[in-house]
Structures are given as C-alpha cells and as structure tokens.
Design a protein around this ligand. Structure first.
Ligand SMILES: Cc1cc2nc3c(=O)[nH]c(=O)nc-3n(C[C@H](O)[C@H](O)[C@H](O)COP(=O)(O)OP(=O)(O)OC[C@H]3O[C@@H](n4cnc5c(N)ncnc54)[C@H](O)[C@@H]3O)c2cc1C
Length: 338
C-alpha cells in the first residue's frame, strides 16, 4: 500500500510528489494522459515545439523565482519577453513601463519543466481515476481499467469540476470541504496553433499580445520566437476568450470551432495571419479558474487524509499551482502524522 497517491502530473502534482519523495514517503502519481505537464502542454508539430496550453511563466515570489533560476541554469527555461503588447479597439500598443517584467518560456516547450520534475518520480500514465471508496484505514481508488489502488492518503491536483464527480459521494460527511470545491468555476479556451510561409513579414517588436475586450480573441503568441534556431517557419498560437469558447465547445467540427479566431486575427493584425499553411485546434474545457479559492490547498481527514491542490486553490497560473503543490505536501504529511 502507498503512503500517498497523487492524482495528476501537472506542475502541482509533480511538485507535491517531489516534496513527498524527499520526505521519505512512498508516493506514486497517477495521470490519465500519456505524458506529463497537464495544462503546461506542448505539441510536436512540423519539426518544432508548439505550446498550446500555458504560454509563459511570470514570477512573483522569491521561492518560485529560485525554482525558475535553477531551471534557467539547466537551460530548461529562458527569458522570452518583457513586452506583452495590448491590442484593443484603439490599436496595438506597447506595455507601460511598470508592466515590463521578465516572462519566461522553455525552448523545448513548456512540458520540458514537467519532464524534468518527473524524471525521478514513479508515475503511472494512461490511467484515469474514475471512482474512490474507503474502509476504516485506507483509500481505494478505481482506475478506468478497473484496477484498485490502495493508499493511506490522497493528494488530488485535478481541476475542481473534474474532482467532483469522482469524490462527491465519499465527501458527504465533509460538507464545507465539498462546498469550497463546488464554488470553483473554470472557463474554457479554444487554442489554435498555426504555421505560415517563411516569406511573410513577421513582427519584430512583439512576441506576445493580450487582447483587451475582444469578443473572440484573448491572446496571441509568436510561438516560434521561443526557439528561433529550431523553426524555419513562423508559428503563432491564438487563444480565444472564455465567452467565445463556451459557445463553440460543443461544435463537433474542430475546424469550424477554430476558424473565427483565424479570421479575427487576420482582421485585427495582418491579413496573411488568417491563411496559415497548416493549423490545428485544441479545446480546453477547463482552462483557467475564473476565481481562485484564496487558500494554498484544501485539506480534510474526513473520511481519511485528503488534500486538494492546483492553480484553482491559490491563484490562476503556473506559479500558483507550484505553491499549491508544495503546500499540499506539507499538509498531507501533517495529516498522516495525526
Ligand atoms: C490555454 C491556457 C493558457 C494558459 N496560459 C498560462 C500562462 O501563460 N501562464 C501561466 O502561468 N498559466 C497559464 N495557464 C494556466 C496554467 O496552465 C495552469 O495554472 C497550471 O498548468 C495548472 O497546473 P495544475 O497542476 O494545477 O493542473 P493541471 O496542469 O490541469 O494538471 C492536472 C492533471 O490531472 C490530470 N487528471 C485530470 N483528471 C484525472 C483523473 N481522473 N485521473 C488521473 N489524472 C487526471 C490531467 O490530465 C492533468 O495532467 C494557461 C492554461 C491554459 C489551458
């Protein structure tokens, strides 16, 4: 039997499991996907890397700054840009001086961080936890292959709306814990990865654009500027607004769901951007927490030791997920001692 099973191999789950392993606990991560990284996601396309989840890393706290510095020394992370431009009805404008702080990227794609963290951790991939039960002393997790995994404690790092169908029933005796998770809402996102003919005149002044108050577009990344030496052709990533994604989430044809984003970027920035040589669409049903809970993680010992972690506890981004993972490790160690 395990001491702790961590559900999810995103940044929160990996950070948490690393801390638990260092504390000498017998820990395993169970991850539904074939890879690691969760929403820090990278696709291998046309011989290059394209980030279709998180686009960049910003740093607020000293401890996360030290983590990023360490990754910079290992050449996993590099500074990408200080200039996130703003696009609104009045046009494109550079950031104010106080918004010019470093944003980091990974030359081999965002998943490089997760791969580094995962390298010495026991991970069971391609395995989804579908239900949870317990007896007096241990949890029993059922996988989508109908295997039963036993553990003294669970750290779940899956987005709140995906946690509920799995855990709602066993948490009937912990109503305040359940209510906190139920209060968290996520917005979806439609993401386009698009490659263009190298003869197009690509921008030199900006790498990233935040779209202000646009009904369709929320974000534009000049993705190939993260790894210029590796890519012969310009590659861009477009992310939709939450409202647009809500409307196109159930559209069965991905190209139909994504085309309005291409049309919009062509209208707003440059006509050629509406006609890529190749493009792919990815839809995130749970992309960004609309409001976070404002706690580092959520813990309960009823019915047994359980901690929820992830960006949605502490914030809405990679740094928040990192801190939440560390807090979850501390919390589950306390619960196991009690
Ligand atoms: C389109 C988009 C753009 C973003 N842009 C940025 C950005 O520029 N900067 C930034 O800081 N943040 C950004 N974010 C947010 C950032 O990606 C997240 O805050 C962070 O990656 C969350 O990490 P996490 O570990 O909490 O969750 P996740 O990365 O979601 O990890 C949860 C893991 O759990 C797994 N899982 C789910 N259910 C189960 C189950 N039942 N059984 C087993 N495994 C399961 C999932 O496959 C996943 O790997 C963006 C997110 C998206 C989607």
């Amino acid at each position: 039997m395990k001491d702790v099973i961590v559900i999810g191999a995103g940044i929160a789950g990996l950070t948490c499991a690393q801390q638990l392993k260092q504390a000498g606990l017998n820990v395993t991560i169970v991850e539904k996907s074939a890879g690691v990284g969760g929403r820090m996601a990278t696709r291998r396309l046309q011989g290059t890397w394209v980030d279709h989840g998180a686009q960049l890393i910003s740093v607020k706290s000293d401890s996360f700054g030290r983590f990023i510095n360490k990754l910079q020394e290992k050449k996993i992370v590099q500074e990408w840009t200080r200039n996130v431009y703003q696009l609104s009805a009045s046009g494109l404008r550079p950031p104010e001086a106080d918004a010019r702080h470093p944003r980091y990227c990974c030359p081999l794609g965002m998943t490089a961080i997760a791969k580094y963290l995962a390298s010495e951790l026991p991970i069971v991939n391609n395995t989804r936890i579908v239900s949870v039960s317990h007896n007096e002393s241990k949890w029993q997790l059922t996988t989508d292959r109908q295997e039963i995994l036993e553990t003294s404690a669970i750290v779940s790092t899956i987005p709140a709306p995906q946690f509920l169908p799995v855990f709602e029933e066993v948490l009937a005796a912990a109503p305040s814990f359940l209510q906190a998770v139920q209060s968290v809402k996520f917005s979806p996102s439609v993401t386009i990865m698009a490659g263009y003919n190298a003869s197009n005149s690509v921008p030199i002044e900006w790498q990233a654009i935040q779209c202000v108050d646009d009904p369709i577009l929320n974000w534009i990344s000049y993705d190939s500027s993260k790894h210029l030496d590796k890519s012969d052709q310009p590659v861009f990533v477009y992310q939709s607004s939450g409202e647009f994604a809500k409307q196109s989430m159930e559209e069965p044809d991905l190209e139909i769901a994504g085309k309005p984003l291409l049309n919009q970027v062509g209208r707003l920035l440059a006509k050629w951007l509406a006609s890529p040589e190749w493009w792919q669409v990815h839809r995130w049903r749970y992309a960004l927490a609309e409001e976070s809970l404002g706690v580092s993680c959520l813990s309960t010992s009823i019915p047994l030791a359980l901690v929820c972690a992830g960006d949605w506890c502490a914030g809405k981004n990679i740094e928040a997920a990192y801190h939440s993972g560390i807090a979850a490790a501390e919390s589950v160690i306390e619960l196991l001692k009690a």
